[in-house]
Design a protein around this ligand. Structure first.
Ligand SMILES: [Zn+2]
Length: 140
């Protein structure tokens, strides 16, 4: 897909299906937003373009282990007996994103550490509407 596509959530999700994590970067002040925004969150300039963040590592800023999730997560097999971990990951170049945490034990939250280094790991799930790709991170 061309990076000349308009900065829309639908195009962001299409990039995820291609295993690309794309944010927006302001051409006026350099602010990077993730998920991407058509208007800069810092200076409100509409002069923004795509930036590929696929290779970025990050740091765990906060997290939660979810035992009672949404129907979407119940359909994936998560439950009180099979919880999942969800967190905010701050990428090395600034933006933060909520993501599924992989490679950690949600049944032992004391083993998950704020500040731990993480790397991107896309999570693909089969849904009635077809495969869905979500942003995930796992320990480096
Ligand atoms: Zn800006």
């Amino acid at each position: 897909m061309s990076t000349e596509k308009p900065i829309l959530q639908s195009n962001y999700l299409d990039f995820l299906k291609e295993r690309r994590l794309m944010g927006s970067k302001c051409k006026t002040c350099g602010q990077v937003d993730l998920p991407p925004r058509p208007i800069c969150s810092k200076c409100l300039s509409p002069d923004v373009g795509w930036i590929d963040l696929t290779g970025q590592n990050g740091t765990l800023t906060t997290f939660s282990c979810v035992h009672v999730g949404t129907r979407k997560f119940e359909e994936r097999g998560y439950s009180a007996k099979n919880p999942y971990a969800f967190g905010v990951v701050t990428l090395d170049n600034g933006p933060a994103i909520t993501a599924l945490l992989q490679g950690v034990d949600p049944k032992k939250p004391e083993t998950i550490k704020i500040g731990m280094k993480l790397k991107l790991k896309f999570v693909e799930t089969q849904t009635p509407a077809g495969p869905q790709v979500d942003v995930g991170f796992e320990p480096v």
